[in-house]
Design a protein around this ligand. Structure first.
Ligand code: PDD
Length: 287
């Protein structure tokens, strides 16, 4: 059975799913998105992603295309029609279709909604996590509102390509003070030389990761503390452990920073444990 996409009220075969050439997401990146991981065909961390979607839309003054309840039903139907158990669901909401003009169109223009679902190979993802991945660093060059999850991802795409060409899985942006902000599609963490968990605070210009947020709760549940304080790439290379979090990565151990091995070059015990605990938690709470 082929993949099915949702475009503005219709489920259509993936290969025939199209948006208008004057969709403002396409021309102006005037659109936001969310990504949910799927466990057993259910949405993980559902509430957090819905709340951030609503916030992103509000910040850009784009209307919620439908109620959260109705949207939940559409997302579930998209998963069902694709028969995906383990995977990722992508939702994009643009300001809509209107003749090209930088300023907003009138209220008669309705937001445009696109949903895609893809399966992932959980065993392959676990094998990747068991081996760990590399990250490279790159100068921060994004706009000042990275807290809004917009599709304006060109700097992120360029950074990810740089990582790929270096044989790494993720790129970390580094600000003008020399501190890591976050990854191209994940948040960044270390277990520093004192054994303290550290991740950048959300007053910085970063996305407030839903995985990050849930993991903070998991960590608190383990009786561990987190220092929400920036770190440099040098501190990361010297750290006991390094990992990244995100709907795609979940909790993914990092074993090299800019080609320098972290620890003994294998995934750290805490990162490995936190991955397991995070997955257990979201799997149990998926809806
Ligand atoms: N990216 N930082 C950035 C820049 C991101 O794009 C993402 C997620 C995260 C982690 O956020 P969360 O834990 O809510 O997924 C942090 C998604 C997965 C993507 O672009 O595909």
């Amino acid at each position: 059975m082929g993949r099915i996409a949702y475009v503005n009220g219709r489920f259509v075969p993936h290969g025939q799913a199209v948006v208008h050439i004057e969709d403002r997401g396409y021309q102006l990146a005037d659109a936001v998105y969310e990504v949910w991981s799927l466990f057993d065909g259910k949405l993980a961390d559902a509430e957090g992603h819905f709340a951030r979607l609503e916030r992103s839309l509000e910040e850009l003054r784009i209307a919620m295309p439908m109620s959260r309840r109705a949207l939940t039903l559409v997302l579930r139907e998209a998963v069902r029609r694709n028969r995906v158990r383990d995977g990722l669901l992508y939702l994009q909401v643009s300001r809509g279709v209107a003749p090209r003009d930088h300023a907003f169109p009138g209220d008669e223009v309705r937001p445009a909604v696109v949903i895609t679902v893809k399966a992932i190979d959980r065993a392959a993802a676990e094998a990747k996590a068991a081996k760990g991945v590399g990250v490279v660093t790159t100068p921060e060059n994004r706009w000042g509102r990275c807290d809004i999850k917009t599709v304006g991802l060109l700097p992120n795409a360029l950074a990810k390509q740089k990582a790929k060409e270096a044989g790494a899985a993720e790129a970390w942006f580094v600000d003008e003070l020399g501190f890591v902000t976050e990854g191209a599609s994940s948040n960044a963490w270390i277990v520093d030389t004192d054994g303290r968990l550290r991740t950048r605070d959300t007053n910085a210009n970063i996305l407030r990761g839903i995985t990050r947020h849930t993991l903070l709760e998991v960590i608190a549940g383990e009786g561990l503390a987190v220092d929400e304080r920036p770190f440099t790439p040098a501190e990361a290379s010297a750290a006991k452990e390094v990992f990244i979090t995100g709907a795609g990565a979940l909790v993914l151990p990092v074993v090299a920073v800019d080609g320098r091995r972290v620890g003994d070059g294998t995934p750290g015990p805490l990162a490995t444990k936190l991955r397991r605990l995070y997955i257990e938690r979201v799997r149990a709470g998926a809806v």
